[in-house]
Design a protein around this ligand. Sequence first.
Ligand code: 13P
Length: 339
Amino acid sequence: MNSADLEAIAHKMVANGRGILAADESSGTADKRLSSVNVAKTEENRRAYREMLFTTPGLGAHISGAILYDETIRQNAADGRTFVQVLSEQDILPGIKVDTGAKALAGSPNEKITEGLDGLRGRLNEYVKLGAKFTKWRAVITIGDGIPTANCISVNAHALARYAALAQEAGLVPIVEPEVLMDGAHTIETCRDVTEATLQVVFNALIDQGILLEGMILKPNMVISALDCPQQAGVEQVAEWTVNTLKRRVPSAVPGIAFLSGGQSEEAATAHLDAMNKLGTAPWPLSYSYGRALQHSALHTWAGKAENAGGGQKALSHRAAMNSAAALGKWSAKLEKAA
Ligand code: 13P
């Protein structure tokens, strides 16, 4: 492992307001997204959709990295270039999701444990040969009646740390993603408490297992009201509570934080990120690694029609530009409308 290389890549992933395009939906999830716009669930349509995203003109101005899925990292654009080449030519680092999904946790069927450690060292070495520079592993923490259990947090943190150690050994920067879900009706207070407890156990595990904190990126949820909570916290509260929670639990050696969007609307995800950066108090760059909040309009504009590809790309370009403005604390609702 070359520490300087890991640190340089991690820094580049969050520098200058650039953020990450999460396009690593598994084939099952990608098919659900395609179905939502009445596009047939085929490998070719998944490829064509990703080609539309990755060939967006000027995407590298705002996007530093794109997370791919195992199928996607092996695919090509219509002109024969691999997606890894297409991205690299835009100065976008190719990344790869390496977990194999969240499965029911034995003994607690309403909770999830993320799998994918078996054989991971070999898979990582293959991804290095395919051109990957960073990796992602997502753990899922569900809030509900009597959950999360301490066991769920503990086993997921252990797996995240084992994954991160193997990724760094292979020379890949790990994105460590412990996602406290916003599904349900819980309050922002509950989200804060669970997020704080989760980050504590995750960083204990990362430190116990010798992870180079300077060579990783944290991808957390925001501290936010659940989707069905009747009392929705405002933008300022989400921003302040998120930054304060992270400050209490995330070492300043971590080079950057790239939030997930987790079911927020496109504009809410941007407004929250902007408000956090306007506070100006965080010791790390606060950027984004959005899936749905970058792709929603692009997917719906494209809707599987080749003649709409330019429109889809414009939609993606716009969201990337808005989120990069937010990552610098320079976004406004006015800017959104002017564009
Ligand atoms: P969302 O931004 O849609 O939550 O996706 C980000 C991601 O990569 C989840 O693992």
